[in-house]
Design a protein. Structure first.
Length: 370
């Protein structure tokens, strides 16, 4: 098929076509460490109980429990899910990849919305499937556009809710409508990396859908509100057959001893989660209000239900200039030209002091750009 020479190894063409994930940076162009608001990490750090649990994790010379038994039990108890229907991953990243791999391959399509999580494109290509991008609706996920893009080759649909990098949110009725419009052989993956930032009454119903239907998989992570990004822990739930597929291909020892111990303690400390949610809401409202007040300078703040804001720069001050000005002031945020958003900055919600300083810096940059 391909013209690969026999003199050297040759990656599969669908692997060679992948643009590697671009992580949020933590230093400026000159290597100077900056305050990192580029990766949606928890500014409050990690639950003290989880930090303390690290000291009691099983010895590093021993393989971890391959089934993360205690942790799955705790997650099941918290969310009212049979632990047999919870599968752990090395971050939800592993689960997104193996969900694609389990159900799609060469000749199949993996569908997601424009301006959604950049891992979906990689997950599709990695298993040889074709990524298909549905148009957005003013940066939000458009259910009608997704449904219109379904073909007989579609095997997996990814939806992040709330979405990264836009912060947009589909309410329960829209998620149900999306599911109802999909053929039964399509796996709907609802990526709830930011679900814990929602008020409980704003639940999008994804876990209930996963419990009730054979083709819905929900993924969650300990990387965001739980403040355990460095430990790489995610989980998924869905119908028994979906969970069985993921268990066949996940890494056998895919959550470390320290990760299992810390996540177990983190689940038990819901006070830390609630505090983080309230802290985030206040910071998001404050930064949102301060930047919305700069609307006359062409700034537009998209509505967000997550722990970040996507800010569009549609006036004289460009997103690139604001990015550089913020770095000058000691902050690194996410500028997104690689995701088709050269006009946007994604700013993680930090502490009140950091949010004041970000807003003041952008205000002076906007005034100077006039
Ligand atoms: C951060 C994020 C994840 C989490 O990835 P981990 O591998 O669990 O750290 C998943 N999905 C989205 C949309 C995210 O923004």
């Amino acid at each position: 098929m391909d013209q690969a020479p026999t003199t050297r190894p040759w990656p599969k063409p669908w692997i060679a076509a992948i643009h590697a994930y671009v992580p949020g940076k933590s230093t400026g162009a000159d290597g100077r460490p900056l305050i990192k608001l580029s990766a949606n990490e928890n500014p409050l750090g990690t639950s003290p109980a989880a930090l303390a649990a690290r000291a009691h994790a099983a010895a590093p010379s021993l393989y971890p429990d391959p089934d993360s038994t205690a942790l799955r039990g705790a997650i099941g108890a918290l969310h009212g899910i049979d632990p047999a229907l919870v599968v752990m991953g090395t971050g939800s990243d592993e689960l997104l990849h193996i969900a694609a791999q389990g159900y799609a391959g060469p000749g199949d399509e993996v569908l997601f919305a424009r301006y959604s999580f950049s891992v979906y494109d990689i997950a599709a290509r990695r298993c040889g499937a074709e990524p298909v991008v549905a148009p957005d609706a003013d940066y939000g996920t458009d259910v009608d556009a997704l449904l219109a893009a379904v073909t007989e080759r579609t095997r997996v649909v990814f939806v992040a809710n709330p979405n990264n990098p836009t912060g947009s949110f589909l309410p329960k009725g829209e998620i149900a409508r999306l599911h109802a419009g999909l053929p039964g052989n399509v796996v709907l993956v609802i990526d709830q990396a930011y679900a814990e930032y929602l008020a409980p009454e704003d639940d999008d119903g994804a876990l209930a859908l996963a419990a009730a239907h054979p083709n819905v998989l929900v993924t969650r992570t300990f990387s965001k509100i739980y403040g355990l990004a460095g430990e790489r822990i995610g989980w998924a739930t869905g119908a028994p057959a979906l969970v069985d597929t993921l268990n066949r291909i996940r890494g056998p020892f895919n959550v470390s001893n320290s990760g299992q111990a810390m996540a177990l303690a983190a689940v038990a400390d819901q006070a830390f989660v609630e505090h983080s949610r309230a802290h985030n809401r206040a910071g998001r409202e404050a930064l949102g209000a301060a930047l919305t007040a700069l609307g006359n300078h062409g700034l537009r703040v998209l509505p967000s239900e997550a722990n970040f804001l996507l800010v569009l720069f549609e006036g004289t001050l460009t997103a690139e200039a604001a990015y550089n000005g913020l770095a000058e002031a000691g902050y690194i945020v996410r500028w997104l030209p690689n995701q088709g958003l050269p006009q946007a900055l994604r700013i993680t919600i930090g502490t009140p002091t950091q949010m004041d300083s970000i807003a003041a810096t952008i205000r002076s940059l906007a005034e100077a750009a006039k």
